[in-house]
Design a protein around this ligand. Structure first.
Ligand code: MN
Length: 182
């Protein structure tokens, strides 16, 4: 009986090890992206610490209003690892979104990040009357973007118009009309 209990306890001890086995924080203070490296990793390899310069952590441009004269009436200015190599492994980035009057940032998702949008109050009060700006923080150094309309109607090769017509409950002519925009 005692040996059975001991066996059970041993089994319990072996199976109930810690379930959270991630490494939540960085293993180093910084890992500036080495974009010349031929090594492929998840993100970028670290530049040699002795070659790191202050500019690796600096980006100027989020204060500059972009030209919103386009079909959507909006422009996204990104500040991610592509612009700031020092963001590598930091898990964060930012964007500035400029809106023309009645402009929109088309529906999209970020496959590698969640996003917090700031500046909505300013945006709402000014919507439709003058240019507006919003800032967003994203939980990835490289959030990526999937714009829904482009993905659905502008994919290459394209999704068959019959499938889209059925999915969106419109006729093929309407689907072809939208597809021709991309
Ligand atoms: Mn976004």
């Amino acid at each position: 009986m005692a040996s059975r209990l001991l066996f059970l306890l041993a089994l319990l001890a072996m199976t109930c090890c810690c379930a959270v086995a991630s490494d939540p924080s960085l293993l180093q203070d910084f890992c500036v992206a080495d974009k010349m490296s031929q090594v492929n990793v998840n993100g970028f390899t670290c530049k040699d610490a002795k070659d790191v310069v202050a500019e690796d952590f600096f980006f100027s441009g989020l204060h500059v209003a972009a030209n919103t004269n386009n079909k959507q009436g909006s422009v996204v200015t990104a500040a991610n690892v592509a612009q700031i190599p020092g963001l590598n492994t930091m898990g964060i980035s930012m964007v500035r979104i400029d809106y023309a009057p009645k402009g929109q940032n088309p529906p999209h998702t970020h496959p590698r990040a969640t996003e917090i949008l700031a500046g909505l109050v300013h945006f709402q009060f000014n919507y439709g009357t003058e240019n507006a700006v919003a800032l967003a923080a994203l939980s990835s150094q490289n959030p990526g973007v999937i714009t829904i309309a482009n993905t659905v109607f502008g994919s290459e090769p394209s999704i068959t118009d019959g499938i889209l017509a059925k999915a969106f409950q419109v006729d093929k002519k309407t689907v072809n009309c939208i597809q021709s925009q991309f």
